[in-house]
Design a protein around this ligand. Sequence first.
Ligand code: ZN
Length: 249
Amino acid sequence: MSLEPGWFSLAAITGVLCIAAALPYLVVTLLRARPLDSRGLGHRLDKLAATAGVRRCRFLVWSARRRAAENALSVGLLPATRRILLAEPLLRNLGEDEIEAVCAHELGHFFYSHSVYLLVAILASIVPLEVMGHAGEHLGIVLAWGGLLLYLIVVWTLVMPRLSRHFELEADLFGAELVGWRAYTTLLGRQELPAGPRHPTGVSRVGRLEAMENAPRLRRKLLARGRLVRLGILVWMGVATTALAVSLR
Ligand SMILES: [Zn+2]
């Protein structure tokens, strides 16, 4: 039995979309997260989300035991599935102003639809795999596999980490403007965050924010780069799907 041309892209895109759609429900179920009490802190965070212009965002708590899990995460692509999950140690050890600052960062991710653009970038990174598979029929197996390997290295070691870091900086700027620069940078300094694949160190994030606070030109530059990055992702997706359509003819 031979498979129809285009089957790989269709199957991969369907698989990624199904995972992305199920992720908010999976995370909430696996972490056994429960809604945050809508009075007190819950009410304050709902007001923060409304001020941020992020609709239908729900705040939940999960029972992480380790202090290292003093953390928060956001999931959900569409307004109806937006969830911000707060670990119990975070609620125990941080003051309400600090928790608000943590949530302001996560609201920044929703405001700029970062997970939607990351999803489009992942889809755009998958589609050319089949294009190169078809190109291999003309170019030969060595060139096709070499090109494929180079493409994957460039996408996953250069493009995606930079994209993630840019989105984190954008969420930092959004958070700082939402709750106030001092409150936000104090939180980053207090957490002494180590560098990770997505985040620069806490010290470096504070440095970037302080530079932007003192020089509005840098703030405008970051936001302009953000618009360019989002446009770039859409163009990447457009080029990838056009290349696939041409290669399937
Ligand atoms: Zn973040």
